[in-house]
Structure formats: C-alpha cells, structure tokens
Design a protein around this ligand. Structure first.
Ligand code: SAM
Length: 240
C-alpha cells in the first residue's frame, strides 16, 4: 500500500489500495458530455510526479483557505459552498464520472472559478497534499458498506484519519454525515479514538441537526424521503 506521493511510474494498480463502488454510470447526455469535455481538462488536478502538491497553488488568485470534499456525488453541496465562499479554493474528489459531469454543470451554470476536481480515489490525492494545507474537509454520506465483511472498504478508517490529520491545519474542521446507524457508531468510535480529532458536539442538537452553513446533499434528501434520520458530525483537528 502506498503511503506517500508516488511518481506515476510507481503507481502500480496491483499494489495500490482497491477502490470499491462504481466509476461509470449511464452514458452522459450529449450536452453534458460536451460541457464536460470542454471544461473538465481545465479543472482537473493532475498529481505531481513524486512531489507534494500545495493546493492553494491550484487557483489563479491565492485563496484564503482550501476546503476539500471527498465523494461529492452530484456536487450540490460543493457547488453551494463554493458559491457562498468565493474567496476559498475548493477541491472536489469523486470517482463516479456522472457525478463529476454534474458538478461541471453546476460550475458552468453558477460561474464558479474556485473549484478544482480530482476525478479519482481521494486517498491518492491525500498522499500528495502538503502538510497542514486544508482548512476544512467534508465527507458526506460515504458508502456505508453495511455487511461486516465489507467494513474494511469504509472510507472512514484509521489510515484515512491519519492522513487527514497530516494535511489538515490545526483547528481545521472535518464534517461527516451519515444516515446509517452502524456507520455513525463506527465514525464516532474511530474519530473519538484518534488523538488528532476532537468532537465538537456539546448537546444532541449539535449532531442531530444540520448547521445552517451546511447545505443538504442528494443522499441526505434521499434518506429523509425514505424515512431515515441523518447525523451531522463536526470534528476539530487539534494540536497534539
Ligand atoms: C453514497 S455517495 C454520497 C454522495 C454525496 N456525498 C451525497 O451525500 O449525496 C458516496 C460517494 O463517494 C464516492 N467515493 C467513494 N469512495 C471514494 C474515494 N475513495 N474517492 C473519491 N470518491 C469516492 C462514490 O463514488 C460516491 O459518489
């Protein structure tokens, strides 16, 4: 398993972490396909060969901070955050090509110049970011992998948290959402056991209700429509 930013020649799929879940969905509609072909190349992050990447340098004007969303799905939350905070640089990671195309649509429709896209496994990017370079990270409704034998596929895992602890600034916030009670317990267990993260909830409403500056995602809306309740967890990267 690679735990440092590898040169592309070293990126051997056989030795890298496996990615579960789908990368491709239905063929894109012609309009969306054309827009994606036109815009995505300018927005795409390419990993530097064996060197670290300063995410602030991805944007033409130095942003006041860089925030990362992992697994942005259709990009509704990321686009809403980027529109509300044009001074901040946003990185979105998503492996599902239809989700990436949807985000490109939001970017074009809203004229957003402050989003860059990594259309691959977020863990590859995390390995390459300079330490203490992120001011906020969102991982919203990650795949819960409910079967016990699939728990090792979960994105929230000690290795991911260790890497987030390196790339997040002291005081930076990590936001997690889930509608899966078992994954909620798993998240709390792993995060509260990690020395670099402090849970910010002081009362039940702090995790049962979404903060006003936290737009809903598509998966949250689907969960509510199906009668499931969602939880919203906020952690702070603390000094050790
Ligand atoms: C259950 S969906 C949630 C999507 C969105 N956050 C929402 O709440 O609507 C989880 C998403 O994470 C993406 N994903 C899973 N593992 C990933 C990884 N290692 N890097 C980037 N994206 C990932 C999947 O492709 C999927 O779109």
């Amino acid at each position: 398993m690679l735990t440092r930013c590898a040169a592309s020649s070293e990126r051997d799929p056989a030795t890298e972490r496996r990615l579960y879940g789908r990368r491709r969905g239905r063929p894109l509609r012609p309009g969306r396909k054309g827009l994606t072909q036109d815009l995505l190349p300018q927005l795409t992050i390419t990993l530097p060969d064996g060197r670290l990447l300063d995410p602030a340098a991805l944007f033409p004007a130095t942003p006041t901070a860089v925030w990362l969303e992992i697994g942005f799905g259709g990009g509704e939350h990321l686009a809403a955050q980027a529109e509300a905070h044009r001074e901040i640089g946003f990185i979105g990671c998503e492996v599902y090509n239809n989700g990436v195309a949807r985000l490109v649509g939001h970017i074009a429709a809203r004229g957003l110049a402050n989003i860059r896209i990594f259309a691959d496994d977020a863990r590859l990017l995390l390995d390459c970011l300079t330490p203490a370079s992120l001011g906020r990270v969102f991982i919203l409704f990650p795949d819960p992998w409910p079967k016990r034998r699939h728990h090792k596929r979960r994105l929230i895992a000690p290795a991911t948290l260790d890497r987030l602890a390196v790339v997040m600034q002291l005081g930076a916030e990590l936001r997690l959402g889930t509608d899966d009670p078992d994954y909620l317990g798993w998240m709390l267990e792993h995060l509260t056991a990690h020395p670099a993260f402090e849970w910010l909830a002081r009362r039940p409403a702090d995790w049962r209700e979404r903060a006003p500056d936290w737009p809903a995602t598509r998966y949250e809306e689907r969960a509510r429509a199906a009668g499931r309740t969602a939880a919203f967890l906020r952690f702070r990267r603390r000094g050790l």
